[in-house]
Design a binder for this molecule. Structure first.
Ligand SMILES: C[S@@+](CC[C@H](N)C(=O)[O-])C[C@H]1O[C@@H](n2cnc3c(N)ncnc32)[C@H](O)[C@@H]1O
Length: 375
């Protein structure tokens, strides 16, 4: 089924512009008068609040109308991740692959709901954990969450952000399955009292102890000559059965009076297509032309998409930025739902994804140059 193409709601022109608030209400609204923000009277404040509430209601109507079964390829929602997630249907997404704003590293444009600018790291961790609990509700029961996150320094001390987040998510019921090291080319740092950082974390969580994980889709090539030789010998001798003795226990073999096993027999224990993916991934950072200061490499998202979902599944990113997770999802035949606070970034994401198919959601379609983030 195809999603209805995105149609912006018609602009509202209402009589609200002219209404008057009674004196009793005006008194409480007057505290919010701010001539710099164009709010010169209590009537202005009342009008701004009413327009805000109407816009919010429209957003909710659009989200309520969203149905993932009608999703053809992807949908992008502009707004605060927690508000949007709270309105999305439960048990919908197979996997969530995301990179939230890192703590106190970048300002994406002084948006009121922006995450990452909290003065206290615990506040930041709590806000993120609250959002990931909303993600938890929207994941299928065999779903997974992949979080690419980096640490920050405070007063020359490493804060421990990835571990703090992981422990908080564990406390709230997630299963922490892996801490993957994303090894990347180092960015020069002006430090001489510690090694230069050249990695970030990719944390893998699952909703339940058993979950979807496509081991075969992300195998690594065998890198030892011995393993390659064992596989070759097994194939050459036509051996397919696993050895009856435990090949790794010399003692057990001795007790049972059995001989050691041959390379060909070892070869039957190995997957000819490769070995299980290790937890250090060396992937170079990418610079997406179009400028967002923290773009994830498509190759990083690609591994998570392949392991965390099957063709046709829906992949979620609540901090979508320029839509990198979506690019990897669509390239692998998955569908994608992205949420992003900053309209400028969501338009960039749409620019990258639109080649791949139809969209729905509340995508802003006219450029508004003034919503730019500070770089
Ligand atoms: C690290 S960037 C994500 C980059 C993305 N993975 C990419 O490759 O382009 C984090 C994003 O979270 C967005 N963001 C910050 N606070 C948000 C919120 N409350 N709700 C939704 N998005 C938010 C920022 O605008 C930023 O684009």
């Amino acid at each position: 089924m195809k999603a209805a193409p995105y149609e912006p709601l018609p602009e509202r022109k209402t009589a609200i512009l002219h209404f008057r608030v009674p004196a009793s209400v005006a008194a409480s609204l007057s505290q919010q008068i701010s001539p710099a923000a164009g709010l010169k009277s209590a009537n202005d404040v009342a009008r701004a609040l009413t327009m805000q509430a109407l816009a919010e209601r429209e957003r909710h109507q659009q989200l309520g109308a969203f149905n993932v079964y009608n999703l053809d390829r992807y949908a992008l929602f502009q707004g605060d991740a927690s508000r949007v997630l709270a309105n999305l249907p439960a048990r919908t997404f197979k996997t969530c692959i995301t990179s939230p704003p890192y703590w106190r590293q970048r300002n994406y444009g002084n948006h009121a709901d922006q995450i990452g600018q909290e003065t206290d790291p615990d506040q930041y961790i709590n806000r993120l954990a609250d959002i990931f609990m909303l993600v938890h509700r929207t994941l299928t029961n065999d779903g997974t969450l992949w979080v690419n996150i980096d640490d920050s320094y405070k007063n020359k001390e490493l804060v421990g952000i990835p571990w703090r987040l992981a422990l908080e998510l564990k406390r709230r019921g997630w299963y922490w399955r892996a801490e993957i090291v994303w090894a990347k080319a180092s960015t020069p740092e002006p430090v001489k009292d510690r090694p230069t950082r050249a990695h970030e974390a990719m944390l893998l969580f699952s909703k339940k102890p058993k979950y979807f994980y496509d081991y075969d889709a992300i195998l690594e090539p065998h890198d030892s000559e011995w393993a390659v030789d064992c596989i070759r010998k097994a194939q050459a001798s036509g051996l397919t059965e696993r050895p009856r003795t435990n090949p790794f226990s010399k003692d057990k073999r001795a007790v049972n009076g059995m001989r050691g096993i041959t390379r060909a027999e070892y070869g039957t224990l190995m997957n000819p297509n490769g070995k299980n993916r290790r937890d250090v991934w060396t992937i170079n950072a990418e610079k997406f032309r179009g400028a967002h200061s923290a773009v994830m490499p498509v190759a990083l998202a690609d591994v998570c998409v392949k392991a965390g979902s099957a063709v046709g599944d829906v992949v979620l990113d609540p901090f979508a930025g320029t839509g990198t997770t979506g690019v990897a999802a669509l390239a692998n035949g998955r569908r994608f739902v992205g949420i992003e606070l900053v309209p400028r970034f969501i338009r960039m994401a749409h620019g990258r994804l639109k080649e791949s198919g139809q969209t729905s959601g509340n995508l802003p379609d006219e450029p508004r140059p003034k919503d730019g983030a500070r770089r």
